[in-house]
Design a protein around this ligand. Structure first.
Ligand code: ATP
Length: 423
């Protein structure tokens, strides 16, 4: 018998409270309390950001238990299922927990299924069939939709990975304002960036490590290694107690959700892509401050948006012009618009402005009226057959990568700082 038991858990929370990572933390601490040993860091796996029933960040968790006897295994499973049943927000219509137990090897089918769950939409039936095929046990509470994420969190091939240290609040403080010392976040960022990243938006005075929901998390520090996030946690100061911490290894900030595609016409809703094309209509600003433009290739076109929460990124996008060649990174929501996460400007189109001719006295002339040529307001000289000059405009944007700020970053989106070739 393989003495490793993989445990996957998902869909335990609702928008009003709880968090699957926290249930994971409580379950793991209880198992340790009873003398069980865990192997490696637990995993926090983010799945398709456009999955229809997600509560917030579409995260599922899994961990590995070291087990020595069948009796021990049964006791651990019972303890895990009891905790999930007692702690989940079962009263909420959309909370449908699922738990998977698996003690085989991670097969290519499991890995492929996990990647599909990040890049596509899958069904409860897909997850159940694969669980049966590989011999994994599944436990469904209510409709058990959570088995989709629970199985994906076990099988996920974490080739590129980051870490997140989650610090949890004591229950008395749930829903109250989070008491994190802003100066200590600045200091932590100065001392640990870029080994930790997305800590804050200095331009907006915004602490990005702090969630804005009533969930049990006080803060989450994201970084390249477990040491980096633990070190950063040591620098932070809070004016409220921390109940416990967990360091998860995760697929956050890896761009694993993005599919490279050659044809814009083949892009679907509820999927995320990397695509190249030319700007067809220069950006417009619509109600709410969102900036929209159209990107086209030989196969078709798609509207791309830098929404209001992307703040200063919109100022970059506003400078794009017809004919600019771009690579766009982002996901397509229900309305069919690509929600931009970052762009690479590959080629800038030449843009010209037409101006009235210059007079022999050196001043720019004015129109003398429709079809009447130009006249100089300085010396009075008239030019009957003059034509406008075309002048190349200096563009306010350069070739290269541009990204949304940390406050607007998707969990899966890879910040440019993680890839040195981009900066
Ligand atoms: P939180 O991040 O706060 O833990 P959440 O955003 O992860 O919450 P869940 O409550 O876990 O949301 O709900 C997401 C549901 O969608 C789960 O049941 C999960 O199994 C399912 N799911 C995940 N990925 C997909 C997918 N690609 N296709 C279909 N369903 C999915």
């Amino acid at each position: 018998m393989n003495n490793i038991l993989y445990v996957g858990i998902d869909d335990t929370d609702s928008s009003e409270g709880m968090c699957t990572t926290y249930i994971g933390a409580l379950v793991m601490d209880e198992l340790k309390h009873y003398g069980y040993q865990l192997k490696d860091h637990p995993r926090l796996i983010r799945l398709n950001p456009f999955a229809p029933f997600k509560t917030r960040g579409n995260g599922a968790i899994s961990f590995k238990l070291i087990l020595n006897s069948g009796k021990e295994t049964e006791k651990a499973k019972k303890l895990i299922l009891n905790q999930v049943e007692n702690l989940s927000e079962l009263q909420h219509e959309n909370t449908n927990p699922g738990v998977i137990f698996y003690n085989g090897i991670i097969t290519p089918e499991l890995k492929a299924y996990s990647m599909k769950t990040v890049q596509n939409i899958v069904t409860i039936d897909d997850a159940q069939k694969l669980a049966v095929q590989v011999g994994a046990q599944f436990h469904k509470f209510k409709n058990g939709r959570g088995i989709i994420g629970a199985l994906a969190a076990i099988g996920y091939p974490l080739e590129d990975r980051t870490y997140e240290l989650l610090a949890y609040r004591i229950p008395e403080n749930y829903g109250k304002k989070r008491e994190i010392n802003y100066e200590s976040v600045l200091e932590m960022n100065q001392k640990t960036y870029p080994q930790t990243f997305d800590n804050l938006d200095e331009d907006e005075d915004y602490i990005a490590i702090e969630p804005h929901t009533p969930c049990p998390i006080l803060y989450g520090i994201r970084g390249e290694t477990p040491e980096a996030v633990i070190n950063a946690h040591g620098i932070l100061e809070t004016c409220e107690p921390i109940e416990r911490i967990v360091v998860y290894v995760t697929n956050q900030h890896t761009d694993h959700h993005l599919l490279k595609i050659d044809n814009i016409s083949r892009m679907d809703k509820c999927k995320c892509y990397i695509a190249q094309g030319e700007v067809e209509n220069s950006p417009i600003i619509i109600e709410g401050g969102h900036v929209i433009f159209t990107l086209k290739d030989d196969s078709g076109s798609i509207d791309c948006a830098a929404y209001e929460p992307t703040k200063g990124f919109r100022d970059v996008v506003k400078n794009l012009k017809d004919g600019d060649l771009l690579e766009v990174y982002g996901g397509i929501g229900d309305k069919g618009t690509l929600n931009l996460e970052k762009i690479q400007v590959l080629k800038l189109a030449k843009v010209y402005e037409s101006r009235n001719p210059i007079c022999k006295c050196g001043k720019r002339m004015k129109s003398a009226g429709k079809n009447k040529g130009y006249k100089c307001m300085n010396c009075g000289f008239k030019l009957r057959n003059g034509t406008k000059e075309l002048i190349e405009v200096i563009r306010c944007i350069q070739k290269g990568f541009y990204e949304v700020p940390p406050s607007a970053r998707r969990h899966l989106s890879k910040p440019l700082i993680r890839d040195n070739s981009n900066i």
